[in-house]
Write a protein that binds this ligand. Structure first.
Ligand SMILES: Nc1ncnc2c1ncn2[C@@H]1O[C@H](COP(=O)(O)OP(=O)(O)OP(=O)(O)O)[C@@H](O)[C@H]1O
Ligand SMILES: [Mg+2]
Length: 298
């Protein structure tokens, strides 16, 4: 049985190590699908750091370590909302039976359900087993709804650097998975934990609805002998070597600088076609598109 009746594809980017390119990959694949393939995209920010949300919305900072979404454009302060809605919606809203209403981004055809740092951290904190199970199942239930399936074709979930309940919720909802991995020895040692998480999730799936691992993607590669050596031994690993993507994402200054406000471009796709960072992003996106949609959108 397929994961979703309407054929919705849900793509989760996970890796417990921080700063390996999860958020960058999430935005690139979302923008590619919306801009080049005219696929209706929903980004879901499941990381309390809210880095993905900050790229598309003017996130507010009520205190020094948490961001929250702005008041939604559709909110009318004069209206008397039955559900007591106060105008903000985030990916955490689904855990509090609150209004779940994605925001527009500047990219036509791409919406975002932003994070809310404080409430996502609360949802992630230690809970009784029953409550934790509810959290892990919640996004899957929400996306199984006809509404979601009629509105979107492709959902991208960005997750935080851990294997806690929000990452598990992303895996539960996903049809496809990508694991960016910076080729350092220490990171490859923890990779098997992530692979175990993927395999465990599949023990719970019905035949036909398995979670597919699109690949383990070497990222932020610097072309050093050390990085090359680690990538070579990854590819030769008898356990997961054939899961490593045939391409790598190299460290590119232009990508690192895009996060800075003085940057001339905000998207890798605004760079000239000849730019290596854009070429690499397109290679990654086409690979994911093939894995997720096969011939469907071509
Ligand atoms: N190919 C690249 N070349 C250079 N810098 C990159 C590249 N990809 C991402 N970066 C930069 O590296 C940093 C970490 O990337 P990113 O935020 O995507 O990682 P992450 O895995 O989402 O991190 P976290 O685990 O903290 O959420 C960011 O400043 C980003 O701009
Ligand atoms: Mg991130």
């Amino acid at each position: 049985m397929a994961r979703y009746r309407g054929g919705l594809k849900v793509f989760a980017v996970v890796q417990q190590k921080g700063g390996v390119g999860k958020t960058t990959t999430s935005r690139n694949i979302g923008e590619y699908m919306a801009r080049y393939r005219k696929v209706r995209v929903l980004l879901v920010d499941f990381d309390p750091q809210c880095n993905l949300s900050m790229r598309y919305l003017k996130m507010e900072k009520p205190n020094s370590n948490a961001r929250m979404p702005p008041v939604h454009d559709d909110f009318d302060p004069a209206a008397d909302y039955e559900n007591g809605w106060t105008g903000r919606s985030s990916s955490a809203s689904m855990f509090y039976d609150d209004v779940v209403l994605p925001y527009d981004t500047e990219i036509p055809g791409m919406d975002i359900l932003p994070g809310d740092g404080k409430r996502l951290r609360e949802a992630e904190m230690d809970k009784p087993a029953e409550l934790e199970r509810k959290i892990i199942n919640r996004l899957y239930e929400l996306l199984s709804d006809d509404d979601a399936q009629e509105t979107y074709d492709f959902v991208v979930i960005d997750t935080g650097p851990n294997r806690l309940s929000l990452t598990q919720a992303a895996l539960r909802a996903a049809t496809h998975l990508l694991m960016p991995l910076q080729p350092e020895k220490m990171n490859t040692e923890t990779l098997s934990d992530m692979i175990d998480l993927w395999r465990e999730e599949n023990t719970l799936r019905d035949p036909g609805g398995e979670l597919k691992l699109v690949g383990i993607m070497p990222s932020l590669c610097r072309g050093t002998a050390l990085h090359k050596g680690v990538i070579r031994s990854l590819r030769q690993d008898p356990g997961f070597g054939d899961l490593v993507t045939p391409f790598v994402i190299n460290y590119r200054t232009v990508v690192a600088e895009a996060d800075h406000e003085s940057s001339k471009h905000s998207s890798v796709f605004d760079l000239p076609d000849s730019d290596p960072a854009k070429k690499e992003a397109l290679t990654m996106c086409r690979f994911v598109e093939d894995a997720v949609f096969g011939d469907v959108t071509r």
